[in-house]
Design a protein around this ligand. Structure first.
Ligand code: F6P
Length: 323
């Protein structure tokens, strides 16, 4: 392997820049040429590719977003799109591709790698933390900290008015941000895509709090909760507990921005170096992750298809503490 390319794809995540920096600098360290592909797979399809140098990635370690830009490419989902991408891959004499992204990006990487026998190495970059083969994904810690900070602020106003707040956090298919920020923000309940909590369970919990003079209540709703959006759930609760003064806050894309935390920067740096070293050691079509503090390589389709479970112990703790 002499020439590798790196792209960021899907929803951006704080720490993606730190990961690109690590890929670029470790490539230079190992005497490889390294290329940046702009706008995810769209850039590979359109030939938006340029060589990066050590100094191309100066001063990006602390910045949120991704300087390579990102996209959810519809064209790459088609055979024709991937054929164009491969043409550009070959035209630039590239030997391997590093993809920083989440499950959608890795599904594309897996198909591309099998169709054209291209060595692909995935680095988990998504705030959702929903990839198996790594304890944490890049951006998750920062997103949780952002959500916690927001919940703390909401708590101030919720307590002052003795209100019940429903705070919706991101996580289309996974409740990791909800559980984590729920524990750290002292939520009375967390409603997750993974759990089958009914409205009645929630009502009972809120009634119990009210009977013990709980002054402020914050319920965290993960975006993908099956009971509906935070607004839907708030409306349902209002019909049964009309004594609560209810407000709803949707945190939305706020959670995707901001300077990465120390943990995310360290994780991104570690995974970026491990990605390049993995390729040099013959790894292909795998995702690099950190499990129990060790670097591990997992087949990319396994990382996508295996459902990563919410830590039951975390959920148990949340239940004990939220009375
Ligand atoms: O995958 C990251 C994520 O932020 C999810 O939590 C959310 O459901 C989705 O992306 C939002 O995507 P978009 O920015 O394309 O609206």
């Amino acid at each position: 392997i002499k020439k590798i390319a790196v792209l960021t794809s899907g929803g951006d995540a704080p720490g993606m820049n730190a990961a690109v920096r690590a890929v670029v600098r470790s490539s230079v360290y190992y005497n490889l040429d390294v290329y940046g592909i702009y706008k995810g797979y769209d850039g590979l399809i359109n030939g938006d590719i340029e060589q990066l140098q050590v100094r191309s990635v100066s001063n990006i370690l602390s910045r949120g977003g991704t300087f390579l830009l990102s996209a959810r490419s519809d064209e790459f989902r088609t055979k024709e799109g991937r054929a164009k991408a491969y043409k550009n891959f070959k035209a630039n004499d590239l030997d391997a591709l590093v993809v920083i992204g989440g499950d959608g990006s890795f599904t594309g990487a897996d198909v591309f790698s099998q169709e054209y026998d291209v060595p692909v190495l995935g680095i988990p970059g998504t705030i959702d933390n929903d990839l198996a083969g790594t304890d944490f994904t890049i951006g998750y810690d920062t997103a949780c900290n952002t959500a916690t900070e927001a919940i703390d602020k909401i708590r101030d106003t919720a307590s002052s008015h003795e209100r019940l707040f429903f705070v919706e956090v991101m996580g289309r298919d996974a409740g990791f941000i909800a559980v984590n920020s729920g524990i750290s923000g002292g939520a009375v309940a967390m409603l997750l895509p993974e759990h089958n909590w009914g409205i009645d369970d929630l009502i009972r919990r809120l009634q119990r709090g009210a009977s013990s003079e709980k002054a402020s209540n914050i319920v965290i709703v993960a975006e993908g909760c099956k009971l509906g959006s935070a607004y839907d759930i708030a409306a349902k609760v209002k019909t049964q507990l009309d004594y609560f003064d209810i407000r709803v806050t949707v945190l939305g894309h706020l959670q995707r921005g901001g300077s990465p935390t120390t943990s995310d920067r360290v994780l991104a740096s570690r995974l970026g170096v491990a990605a390049v070293e993995g390729l040099l050691n013959g790894q292909s079509n795998v995702m690099v992750g950190v499990v129990n503090s060790n670097v591990v390589y997992t087949p990319i389709n396994e990382a996508v298809k295996t459902i990563k479970k919410i830590d039951a112990e975390e959920f148990r703790i949340a239940k004990i503490l939220s009375i």
